[in-house]
Ligand binder design. Sequence first.
Ligand code: NAP
Length: 434
Amino acid sequence: MRHIAIIGSGPAGYYSAEAAQKKFGDDVAVDIIDRLPVPFGLIRTGVAPDHQSIKAVSRRYEKTNLGDNVRFVGNVTVGEDVSVAELQQLYDAVVLATGAPNDRKLDIPGSDLDGVIGSAAFVGWYNGHPDFKDLDPPLDGRSVAIIGNGNVALDVARILAKTESEFAGSDIVGHALDLLKASKVQKITLLGRRGPHQIAMTPKELGELGHLERARPIVDPLDFPDEGADAMLEPGMRKSVTHLRSFYERAGELLDKPVKIDFDFFAMPVEILGDGKVEKIVVERTELDKDMRSIGTGEMYELDCQMVISCIGYRTPPIEGVPYEHGRGRFANTDGRILPGLYCVGWARRGPSGTIGTNKPDGFAIVDAIAEDIGSGDRKEGRQGLDRLFESRGIETVTFRDWKKIEEAEIARARDGSPREKFTDIADMIAARD
Ligand code: NAP
């Protein structure tokens, strides 16, 4: 019997478990350990609440959990309740599937002012992550600056711009919906340090911005290269740029929508100003060098704003004793191998890139590597040893069956038309399974 522990129950964790099931059949026991009492990581607390079709992939992960050889062990913090070294003693392979939940730091003066928020916190807040339930973002100002030109920046802009009725069918948490309903935000500026051909936004997500009830995207045609240059782009990117151009072509038709989503390209934030809280952001105009990197031109301007949300990428939290690549914010690894018996997968392996689906081949590849390395296993104790350890430490875990009870309670308390009202407090989650 092979014993595998996977730390993190998001997409990378579940695809790895599925791959292990397929590869080893009954000859494997997989424990998926998570800090929260609820599974699915990024699917639950990262994917936007109005993108329910993407969230539906959790049904596939649920199937993985139906077999006896895969077990969810929730409410366990690795590093506190059990160490990676202890897990390595108990399991043939330990796989870090911890994602990249920490913000890349916005390193400019003023970034510690009240009202400067990282996307991990803002996204976690509207998605009901227990760590961010009390964020209370200042939505009483008229202007918000969003830093970054990736899909997270788009998610954040769209959530800020939507009306209550546009959240129908979503599982946005009640505390966020209430605050957004009362929002005074009229202008959302997306600051991109490079140009329209360098965005990291995918077509479907960008297209959505053109069909919002009360908000209109605004682009400046002077920021775009000649249309002929679009032919050089790869097809997905070309589609995204076509959406951007259409925002200009449709400007007249969208004019009566009061909330503006302004794409400010070639715009590099250099400082945030304010007396205790955000009042302005200072931006430097940029141009591209021959390697398509942004360089400042020295031309500065200021934008009034009462909140700044930085959406500039994420990092994997380091774990003591595990080699880490600081520059890229991920574990130091070669094709997912960190040390003998220790692996990483998904964003913890490659950094925060790609779609949910990218984690599937990643999960299958790591299981191939594990198969090569561990053969038929090394007679480790696996889950029985873990249970014994937890019993001796008085650590109470949450099972998948417990999660199904929590889920049932979340469904029962949903507002009309919403699939669920998530618990945002760990104690409430645990109480719901009892
Ligand atoms: P991302 O795609 O890496 O985009 C980060 C953006 O921040 C880039 O535009 C980058 O500009 C900019 N940036 C980085 N450092 C900066 C700085 N110091 N100052 C100003 N701008 C800076 O990251 P993300 O948006 O967080 O997304 C993470 C991953 O999740 C991506 O793979 C994304 O596609 C995925 N995702 C997908 C969906 C979806 O499919 N619906 C939704 C959300 C997220 P440069 O290009 O100039 O570096």
